[in-house]
Write a protein that binds this ligand. Structure first.
Ligand SMILES: [Zn+2]
Length: 216
């Protein structure tokens, strides 16, 4: 169950953002990191409110600081539009979670994701660019024209589209810790990555194995 949609008045438009949430990017793919924003296990949902969603997009390098400031201003001017985007983002996330967890063996799930991806891609116009980041690396970017809100999800669904096009669903895994809902792309050579993150779930499992050894 999703909490009711709300616009956070505290973060939107405020120049000093006191608590900048730490988002985890452990999935190796943008669309899977997006799916991981809803695990409900670790802290608050990145789609809890629009301001938080913009912070996540910024942390994911989908938006630069200037564009996310523009988004926050637009959200102040068009709160209903911002809420609609948030609702839409949640809908996309639900479909992409299904794709991550069952897409490899369920054809109907793949088709459902395909129509959702095309729905998002189909309604926004913009310009594709390659941008030089401050750290010297290069990244694809999409600069929407017209309804800027509509373009926010484009990089996420394009990342999911790549998984279909490049036939990568077979390497999407769910974290081996049953309490963890995170998914990730297994990029290891032997295809045996088990944990979303060695620092959290992997480490917990190691500690548990150690305790069992002590008590054996
Ligand atoms: Zn995990």
């Amino acid at each position: 169950m999703s909490p009711p949609l709300e616009l956070s008045s505290s973060a939107i438009g405020s120049t000093e953002r006191r608590e900048r949430p730490a988002f985890a990017f452990v999935a190796e793919r943008l669309w899977l990191d997006f799916v991981n924003t809803d695990t409900g296990v670790r802290g608050a949902d990145a789609l809890h409110d629009f301001a938080r969603f913009v912070l996540w997009l910024e942390a994911a390098h989908v938006l630069d600081a200037e564009r996310s400031a523009t988004m926050r201003r637009r959200a102040e001017q068009q709160p209903a539009g911002a809420l609609a985007v948030l609702g839409d983002a949640r809908r996309v996330r639900t479909v992409l979670r299904a794709l991550a967890e069952r897409g490899v063996f369920a054809g109907d799930v793949r088709l459902g994701a395909l129509s959702e991806i095309n729905r998002v891609l189909g309604r926004s116009a913009g310009t594709r660019r390659v941008e030089l980041r401050p750290d010297g690396s290069f990244a694809r970017a999409f600069v929407p024209v017209g309804d800027a809100f509509a373009g926010l999800l484009i990089p996420v669904v394009e990342s999911a589209a790549d998984a279909l096009i490049l036939d990568q669903l077979g390497r999407v895994r769910r974290c081996a810790d049953p309490r963890c809902g995170r998914v990730f792309q297994d990029e290891t050579k032997n295809g045996r990555r088990r944990w979303c993150d060695m620092a959290t779930c992997g480490n917990r499992a190691k500690a548990a194995r150690h305790r069992m050894k002590l008590h054996a």
